[in-house]
Design a protein around this ligand. Structure first.
Ligand code: PLP
Ligand code: COI
Length: 359
């Protein structure tokens, strides 16, 4: 893919950048540039370019605004101690975007183009990747693809745009790494059989918002979704996968066919396996959760995702009931988290070959 570059003439100055990187928050500040490539059935992917970051001009009839034909990804670039910049398993994000795009009837962006686009943007905006010494800050990368044809007919868009934007990121949760409380929604589900649950598409997040509002109203940090068919099996949180740790050392992560298959989740399966833990990917019922806490068999619960990394889970609440925080006092979540971030920040050997050098 040939990429043209138009440098920004209004790039943020060094003093302001330092201020932003000091306390980046999440998803609030954006780098000086953005990547765009467009697709039509006749020309395929074309006109790849890096331009100054800025608003898009869209026809009010643009397909995505009406029928939500969209997919996205979430990944991060990490600065190592020697100043080099790396991404984590980018080909997995590329592959997941292909799977999501298939479900949304969007065209396939080849994995090498996806990775090249991300690398090119990070290279141009490399001064935005926070310093390695600054705890766990990174540059969050948001590749996304949407139906950009101006047409109100309901069919796959004949003009598609793929973009990458980047945003420096600190801790996802305001309180830093401490147990998050969960709200179990009994009214809403995020996915059904044959639906879009396994795709990373905006609609899934739109449908999660009212449930997340309910969680917030009940004083909880995040919402937990159960399966849509029986309302019995734990699926995932609004933006994270889940893990349950048992006293005998084995761990369980829900697998239902309708969850988003997280890259953090997949990496934990490998890390925990290497640490000698048996990992089960299976259906996991809400009764098992309650009984496991009551009996003391479940010693830890944690959630994981690119934005939030790994965070312990505390109390679970629903209308008329609750399950307390596990009392096992285990710290497997912390040890796995440390191994993962040490590999990501280049402080531990990358034995799985997960890291991809960008700069
Ligand atoms: N589940 C949902 C619904 C998500 O939005 C995310 C975040 O991307 C995840 C799980 C975790 O996926 P990953 O580890 O690839 O970031
Ligand atoms: C991510 O972890 O990358 C996510 O996409 C979760 C959330 C920010 C939507």
């Amino acid at each position: 893919m040939e990429i043209s570059t138009t440098p920004s003439t209004t790039a943020v100055d060094d003093a302001r950048l330092a201020e932003i990187l000091e306390n980046p928050g999440f998803g609030q500040h954006f780098t000086d540039h953005m990547f765009t490539v467009e697709w039509t059935p006749d020309a395929g992917w074309h006109d790849a370019r890096i331009e100054p970051y800025g608003p898009l001009t869209l026809d009010p009839a643009t397909a995505v605004l009406h029928y939500a034909q969209e997919t996205f990804e979430g990944m991060k670039a990490y600065r190592h101690g020697d100043g080099s910049i790396w991404s984590f398993r980018p080909e997995e994000n590329a592959a997941r975007m292909v799977r999501s795009s298939h479900r949304l009837a969007l065209p396939v962006l080849p994995a090498e183009d996806f990775v090249q686009a991300v690398d090119a943007l990070v290279a141009v905006d490399q001064r935005w990747v926070p310093d390695a010494t600054s705890s766990e800050k990174s540059l969050y990368l948001r590749p996304f693809m949407f139906g950009s044809e101006a047409f109100l007919g309901v069919r796959p868009s004949q003009h598609v745009t793929f973009m990458v934007i980047a945003s420096p990121a600190g801790a996802y949760f305001k309180g830093g790494v401490k147990p998050i409380s969960l709200w179990l929604t009994e009214e809403y589900t995020r996915a059904g059989r044959g639906g879009m649950g396994a795709a990373k598409t905006g609609g899934n997040y739109a449908s999660s918002l009212v449930a997340q509002q309910e969680a917030t109203q009940h004083g909880c940090d995040q919402v937990v979704f159960l399966d849509g068919q029986e309302g019995r099996y734990v699926e995932e949180l609004g933006g994270m996968n889940m893990y349950f740790v048992y006293a005998d050392g084995h761990i369980v992560t829900p697998a239902t066919g309708t969850i988003l298959e997280g890259i953090t989740r997949a990496s934990i399966i490998e890390l925990a396996g290497k640490m000698g833990h048996q990992v089960e990917e299976r259906k996991f019922s809400i009764d098992e959760w309650r009984d496991g806490i009551t009996s003391g068999e479940i010693t830890e619960i944690f959630a994981c995702g690119t934005a939030a990394v790994i965070t312990p889970v505390g109390e679970l609440k629903w209308d008329g009931g609750s399950v307390p925080t596990p009392e096992g006092g285990g710290d497997l979540w912390r040890r796995i988290r440390q191994q993962l971030v040490d590999v990501q920040f280049g402080r531990a050997e990358d034995t799985f070959g997960w890291m991809h050098r960008i700069v």
